[in-house]
Design a protein around this ligand. Structure first.
Ligand code: BMA
Length: 845
């Protein structure tokens, strides 16, 4: 087999003559940037001036010099793992391919059009905007596309994103810029071979238990002429063999396999994510003719939906064990996907693991992720809830469009089905509840713009995609993974019960009452469903990240540049309004950045604890959102540059295996909740200690407790007055700790008044290196209670804890993990360099 990666390309605008060097995989925007033809798209308001790029056609070209050996092979194929999006491919002037879907790979035979010596491959990308405007025209009405920033793109209200099978967020989102890219965004190669070839290997998992794994290896073979020989499948010390006679053409061969006492794949927190590599080979007289291998993990995973007294369950079971899903919604890591290096993927997935997560949802407005994403999730035990790429829009339903979606779905389901991390395929993001077909005034008000006839047509098109086409593909090719039609939805009932527009006892829930509807944080406790797949609260990135896109003279909430990097129209107003309600007033704009993070962390901590406390009624919590695709004010816990916000440390604490959560009602009771995801009981001692804000111990008590395996319960209730005595509730802090065999396994801080009403003392917080730790461990102490102590360093990396509350006399030791670029894990103990330490008091008036 011969293989050539096509890397040396040049590009130009089709209406210009000059060529420039290009990088493949890549796209027009990043090629223009590298050639100095446009300014940094993420800086200042540059996004607004770069909207001309998507109105042009672009051309890429490469010349290959092929030695005669290529001509001697039976087959020669040109393959693209991805073309974005409307692309005509020419080889030596002959058109060999017309692509129209960014989400799938393309392969074409090219032996007849190639020659020995120089060959020219040229790809013409038609402007996705100009390509789709006539489709909108022809339809006669526009389809809802809530986040398509057509005005910014100079198109008025003409929203064309829904016509393209192209990443929806490229057209803008409420956290993302509008960069409608074109280009060869994944690997391109030329391959030549003779004889049989194994084109796919799927290890289907029929039945998995700790006693045995019953598998079927499904081997797809392409043979050019009738063939006889043996097929061998190997893994570790096991070997299966089958004699074969194959006819020319493409066919599949199935081999039943059994492994006794398999090492199972477990998610983070439940065990080790064990993996097996399977190798298939075709042999003739002991000589290997063709081979292919895959790495997978053996596990059973299902979404269990059973009727119970409170509705219908919604829980994942991994190898028969109920998993409380802890995680976040993942969006693309960049507006320009090919820029995301493996190190950046590792940083994200390692951050998920360090945040004690076991699930990420790949949200439907982005793209089906790169292989490396799933490989890392396999390796680290992160389950993946995989949306198909449809979000917050209604889509056309013509035959061509459905054909394109079918190709895309089949390609991705097959590409991803060997990954043990895949837990669920989900049809789309929020469309069922946004359209709310069966409730006249329900949903986002979209239906009122259409005649009855148009509505029925739009809904029929919806059903064709999400209730017929996609589930059929998942059922036929997905290897038993469950399908869920939309997130959120209660169940497909064909009447108004279907839509998850309110919190009920079935289906999954996106709860946005806090934030979009300005409900109080305490409502997180009231609005708990069976599985919380979205909820969130915005904040700003820290100052050093803001300074990467804004000059100092732009450091104001409503400056031109800050507004360009706040894509949620109501965002700034909401942050201010909530901050007025919950926190002391920040003293200036730079302080406001920090305080926005404190506020966000407080909101999401409330939500996470509320959801976990309701286990097993609620069995999952995925907040919005994990990451950013450019530097921006957003709901993310990790900013575009990989810096952990206060939220991320809060999540790390909130998702720990065992947590405490304290309700402190000054006029009522103190309730201490404990939640344990541990599969065995916890036996320990609960200690409560009340301090004044100068650190003087006012009251304390201790009791022994037992937590059954995998449970949530109240472990202590007492009248608040028992602990408070005569103390002023505005000047005390309660520390609850849970110790097991003398070691602290969980702790929580609680106050008896909102942060806004507490008279915070001015602490002096100090940090010193732990002797002998070579700058990797630090001891932090304070003279008075300090809130949200922030350790900041310019060195890239994370601390074992940060943005924490600190009590005098109870120093905290933290470790620093440097972010390393070379091989192996990203985060490794290393020196933090100079660390500055501040706390909330430094930022308030
Ligand atoms: C959810 C998501 C996104 C959006 C977010 C914040 O509904 O599905 O569409 O970015 O809310 O508004």
């Amino acid at each position: 087999m011969l293989e050539l990666k096509l890397k040396d390309w040049q590009f130009r605008a089709c209406d210009e003559s000059r060529w420039y060097p290009a990088i493949v995989p890549g796209n027009v925007h990043t090629d223009l940037l590298r050639n100095g033809l446009i300014p940094d798209p993420f800086f200042g308001t540059n996004e607004h001036d770069l909207q001309w790029i998507d109105k042009k056609d672009w051309e890429y070209e490469t010349v290959l010099s092929l030695p005669p050996a290529w001509q001697e092979q039976e087959r020669v194929e040109l393959s693209f793992d991805g073309l974005d999006t409307y692309a005509d491919v020419y080889v030596n002037g002959t058109r060999v391919l017309s692509a129209d879907n960014m989400f799938r790979a393309w392969s074409v035979p090219v032996k007849d059009v190639l020659q020995a010596g120089d060959n020219t491959i040229r790809i013409r990308f038609r402007s996705p905007v100009n390509e789709d405007l006539p489709k909108l025209e022809a339809l006669g009405y526009s389809l809802p596309a809530a986040n398509d920033q057509s005005e910014l793109g100079g198109l008025g209200d003409r929203r064309v994103s829904v016509f393209a099978r192209k990443a929806p967020y490229h057209y803008g989102w409420d956290w993302g810029p509008r960069f409608v890219t074109s280009g060869i965004w994944r690997e391109a190669r030329l391959e030549a071979w003779s004889g049989p070839r194994i084109t796919d290997l799927f290890i289907r998992q029929n039945e998995i238990s700790s006693e045995k794994a019953r598998l079927t290896a499904i081997v797809e073979v392409d043979v050019t002429a009738d063939w006889q020989g043996a097929l061998e499948i190997r893994t570790e010390e096991l070997n299966w063999k089958k004699e074969l006679a194959l006819n020319s053409g493409i066919q599949t061969v199935e081999v039943e396999l059994e492994i006794s006492e398999p090492r199972l794949w477990w998610c983070n927190g439940l065990g080790s994510p064990e993996r097996y590599t399977f190798e298939a080979s075709l042999k003739q007289d002991a000589k290997e003719i063709a081979a292919r291998s895959v790495t997978t993990g053996l596990r059973s995973i299902k979404l269990v939906r059973e009727k119970d007294e409170t509705g219908v369950s919604f829980r994942f079971e991994l190898n028969g064990v109920a998993v409380f899903a802890k995680g976040a919604n993942h969006i693309p890591n960049d507006s320009f996907i090919p820029d995301v290096t493996e190190a950046r993927y590792r940083r994200e997935i390692e951050s998920a693991v360090r945040s004690n997560m076991n699930m990420l949802r790949i949200w439907g407005g982005g793209f089906y992720e790169e292989n490396i994403f799933y490989e890392l999730c396999d390796e680290h035990g992160i389950l993946v809830w995989q949306d198909f790429m449809f979000a917050c829009s209604m889509y056309p339903g013509d035959e061509d469009f459905l054909r394109s979606i079918k190709g895309e779905a089949e390609y991705n389901v097959v590409r991803l089905r060997n990954h043990p991390c895949i837990a669920l395929w989900c049809g789309n993001n929020e469309i069922d509840s946004a359209w709310a077909h069966y409730v006249e005034d329900g949903g986002w008000g979209w239906k009122k713009d259409y005649t009855l006839e148009q509505r029925e047509k739009i809904w029929a098109d919806y059903e064709a995609i999400f209730h017929d086409l996609l589930p059929e593909v998942v059922e036929r090719l997905g290897g038993g993974i469950d399908y869920w039609p939309s997130s959120p939805i209660r169940e497909v009932t064909g009447d108004q019960r279907q839509h998850a527009t309110t919190v009920t006892g079935e289906g999954d829930i996106h709860y946005w009452g806090v934030w979009h509807a300005v409900e109080p944080f305490s409502n997180y406790n009231e609005r708990v469903g069976r599985f919380m797949s979205e909820y969130g609260f915005q904040s700003f990135p820290e100052l050093s990240s803001v300074l990467k896109y804004a000059d100092r003279d732009q450091l104001e909430l409503e400056s031109k540049v800050m507004l360009a990097h706040q894509k949620n129209g109501q965002g700034n107003r909401l942050i201010k309004q909530y901050m007025d309600q919950y926190l002391p007033e920040p003293k200036d704009f730079i302080s406001f950045l920090y305080m926005s993070q404190v506020l966000q962390a407080e909101a999401i901590q409330t939500a996470i604890e509320a959801h976990r406390k309701r286990k097993p009624y609620c069995m999952g919590t995925l907040y919005w959102q994990m990451n950013d695709c450019w530097p921006v004010a957003s709901w993310a816990g990790i900013d575009y540059y990989g810096r952990w916000k206060s939220l991320q440390y809060t999540v790390r604490r909130g998702f720990a295996e065992v947590i405490l959560s304290v309700d402190s009602d000054v006029n009522g009771e103190i309730k201490v909740h404990a939640v344990s995801d541990r599969q065995s009981p916890v036996q320990g001692e609960l200690k409560l200690a009340l301090y004044d804000l100068n650190g003087e111990l006012l009251a304390s008590r201790a009791q022994s407790i037992t937590m059954p395996a995998d449970s949530a319960r109240i472990i202590c209730t007492l009248p608040a007055s028992d602990l408070l005595g005569g103390a002023d509730p505005k000047s005390v802090i309660l520390l609850a700790t849970l110790e097991e065999n003398g070691a602290e396994i969980a702790k929580a801080h609680a106050y008896f008044a909102p942060g806004r009403d507490i008279s915070w003392p001015k602490p002096s917080v100090t940090i010193r290196e732990e002797a002998g730790s070579e700058g990797t461990r630090y001891i932090v102490e304070t003279t008075a209670v300090a809130r949200q102590v922030w350790l900041h360093t310019e060195t890239e990396g994370i601390f074992s804890d940060n943005y924490f509350d600190l009590i005098p006399g109870l120093p905290v030791t933290v470790e620093f993990y440097r972010s390393e670029k070379s091989g192996g894990p990203i985060y490794r103990p290393g020196t933090a360099g100079e660390v500055t330490v501040t706390s909330m008091c430094d930022y308030i008036v």
